[in-house]
Write a new protein. Structure first.
Length: 284
């Protein structure tokens, strides 16, 4: 079972890297936009270094991996090494099969949007497999270690620097640089959508005089669970009971409609929940 799980993980990682390579080769490169990533940095360097993009990307990832192991340590793991180098392999295959690939959509902005969505799918698959494509993730970790900047912000800073480098490309236009910066910003939003957007649930906290009715509705109509906490009002020190339930979008709508009818004066707070992890105990 362990060997089967390892094989499954690497097949999933390979699929994610393949999708990422498709995004880079067929959308990012032809668009001329340099979205902040190691591949984007490779696109910039390809204008100055007479090497294929696959070779440049391989060299960049190899250098970053070596620097990462020296500075950060062995936290990357085999998965990051595998995914980083596999990207260059897929790019090399595309260069052989589809040489001189031109724009598919014929519009720089549309190509960038297509790149963002396709690369986000690949990255989401990688993150679900507990892997990453390396690249700027490594740069972000290095910045995080030395400058105490949060990892997400550190990766964004590295991405913006790469995007600004698009101004160095011979004949670069202002709109291309702006699109590069816009694409770098949007990439994180699109990625979050693909990772969390389909799993978002609502955490509903309810204080109501109709506690029993609401609890029964959650348990027997929504067939969901709930937790009840004892709360004390700060103004009058009165004891109240708070119902907390995690519901999906459809259940949330039904719950809100029921509470609006059962107790219009109920006090509610609602939060977005990106992930719910529940491991039931095994009774032997």
């Amino acid at each position: 079972m362990k060997a089967a799980n390892v094989i499954k993980d690497y097949l999933v990682i390979t699929l994610g890297i393949f999708i990422a390579a498709v995004a880079v080769y067929f959308f990012l490169v032809p668009s001329g936009v340099t979205v902040g990533s190691a591949s984007g940095f490779g696109v910039v360097l390809s204008y100055f270094i007479p090497l294929p993009l696959s070779a440049i990307t391989f060299i960049i990832n190899l250098i970053l991996l070596i620097v990462g192991f020296i500075i950060i340590g062995k936290d990357f793991g085999i998965k990051t090494v595998y995914s980083s180098l596999s990207l260059s392999v897929f790019l090399a295959i595309f260069e052989i099969i589809f040489p001189n690939q031109g724009p598919i959509m014929g519009d720089q902005f549309v190509d960038m949007i297509c790149y963002l969505f396709v690369i986000a799918i690949g990255q989401a698959i990688l993150f679900k497999a507990n892997a990453s494509s390396g690249g700027l993730d490594i740069v972000g970790k290095i910045i995080n270690k030395f400058f105490r900047i949060e990892l997400g912000q550190a990766i964004s800073i590295a991405g913006i620097c790469v995007a600004l480098m698009s101004a160095m490309i011979p004949g670069a236009r202002v709109d291309s640089v702006v699109l590069s910066l816009l694409g770098t910003y949007l990439s994180g939003i699109v990625l979050d959508h693909f990772i969390f957007g389909f799993n978002i649930k609502k955490r509903v906290c309810i204080i109501s005089k109709k506690e029993d009715e609401i609890r029964e509705f959650i348990l027997h109509q929504l067939h969901s669970g709930a937790t009840i906490y004892e709360a004390i009002g700060a103004y009058d020190n009165a004891k109240r009971r708070e119902i907390i339930a995690i519901v999906d979008k459809n259940e949330y709508s039904k719950l809100m409609n029921f509470i609006a009818k059962a107790d219009p004066d109920a006090f509610l707070t609602v939060y977005n929940v990106n992930e719910v992890i529940y491991k039931p105990k095994v009774i032997k």
